[in-house]
Design a protein around this ligand. Structure first.
Ligand code: NAP
Ligand code: FE
Length: 364
């Protein structure tokens, strides 16, 4: 067996009312918290109310920054960090989908380093940060168990994983917050989780434990296919999708995401395509390209698909596809060829022509 490492230090609390049942956990991170949320969902699905109830019960002060947009920008996290510094918060609680959860990590770094601009997040090297607690309310990104945070970087005209990395100290997974997810968000985020499992499994950095997590995640995803197509979810299925998301996060925390994620960022930036849908548009081309076709077969068998076309047909029923022009393909191709770290997640050399072809065959 090949050598591997595995590190995922976020403590997971899974179950109904897990926040209310574990109030003491919040006590150890300090006297004042900043709650980082989107504009409305955290207020509507009960997650923010549970966190506030617990903070008030243990006498922890808090304030709320609720201006995180989808695919958050460097400017927004900078604004949240300024407020966090002014308010002298000791720790950061991200509540919501990947956008607020990723922002919470970014704020944790900026708030611990007053005077730094958001550009600092893109600089490699370790740094101090405030403790982070995450409360997911979408089942997709797995950000509560990854060290990554993805932000929109306007100068680069795309989204980027920031160079500063940290895991949350604690992640609270309560399925009751997911009941309010609209069908579109449920499908896009489920597909994001699926692409984490697939990319973690095919990535050059996969290892024994990321494989175990990815395989289990795919097995559970298979059970949810029918409900995803039908668009009706009982609590059991919502719970399964949450597990798929968390397993996907844990798998990419060791391995990492690969080409579909990086290629998809252009569609999100330029075409406003949801993150999961953007990954899905490139998944078939990627799976057909990688040399590990034995592993591709294993993925298809775990998910219950005949072929990559069969999988692609399923994804197309769940998520939107977009059109992009020849000029755009060339532009995206040139940009992708510069991201050497992502190219290295595939075990063979990728020529410009290969990359162009992957974009070309994925146009809808
Ligand atoms: P999101 O951008 O966080 O949220 C999408 C939409 O869903 C927002 O309108 C949000 O409303 C709403 N929403 C959230 N929870 C809801 C609920 N329970 N009920 C109803 N509506 C709800 O979407 P996401 O797909 O979870 O996150 C995407 C981001 O995560 C992207 O930036 C992506 O690049 C990143 N990502 C990170 C990782 C990682 O490892 N860190 C991995 C994959 C993706 P509000 O705005 O009102 O909250
Ligand atoms: Fe993702």
């Amino acid at each position: 067996m090949e050598d591997f490492t595995y590190y995922m230090p976020a403590k997971i609390y899974f179950g109904k009312d897990c926040i209310i049942k574990n109030a003491q956990v919040f006590k150890k991170f300090g006297k004042k918290a900043v709650l980082i949320t989107g504009r409305s969902s955290a207020k509507n699905n009960g997650s923010q109310a549970d966190v506030i109830k617990v903070l008030e019960s243990i006498g922890t002060e808090y304030f709320i920054f609720d201006e995180i947009e989808e695919n958050p920008s460097l400017a927004t996290v900078e604004k949240a960090a300024e407020k966090t510094i002014d308010e002298k918060a000791d720790f950061v609680i991200g509540i919501g989908g990947g956008s607020p959860m990723d922002s919470a990590k970014a704020v944790a770094f900026l708030a611990a380093n007053p005077g730094k601009t958001a550009q600092f997040l893109l600089e490699k090297g370790e740094s101090t940060h405030l403790p982070v607690v995450e409360v997911p309310t979408t089942a997709g990104t797995g950000s509560e168990v990854t060290q990554y945070a993805v932000l929109t970087v306007p100068e680069k005209k795309t989204k980027m994983g920031i160079a500063k990395r940290t895991f949350a100290e604690a992640a609270f997974l309560d399925v009751k917050y997911f009941e309010s997810m609209p069908l579109g968000v449920t499908r896009n985020t489920a597909v994001d989780a699926l692409t984490h499992l697939i990319e973690a499994y095919l990535c050059t950095e996969h290892g024994f434990l990321s494989d175990v997590l990815a395989e289990k995640g795919m097995e559970i995803f298979k059970d949810c296919k029918y409900q995803l197509l039908k668009g009706e979810f009982d609590t059991q299925t919502r719970e399964k999708l949450l597990l798929v998301s968390t397993l996907g996060g844990m798998a990419i925390a060791q391995s990492q995401t690969s080409l579909p994620h990086a290629m998809g960022y252009y569609l999100t930036y330029f075409k406003e395509l949801a993150h999961g849908a953007a990954n899905a548009q490139f998944t078939k081309a990627y799976m057909d390209f990688v040399p590990e076709q034995d592993r591709v077969k294993k993925i298809l068998s775990l998910l219950g698909f005949e072929s990559t076309s069969d999988l692609d047909g399923f994804l197309e029923k769940l998520t939107k596809r977009v059109y992009f022009t020849e000029r755009e393909i060339n532009c995206y191709t040139d940009e992708m060829m510069k991201i050497k770290g992502k190219l290295a997640t595939v075990s063979k050399e990728i020529t410009r022509q290969d990359m162009y072809n992957m974009f070309k065959v994925s146009v809808k």
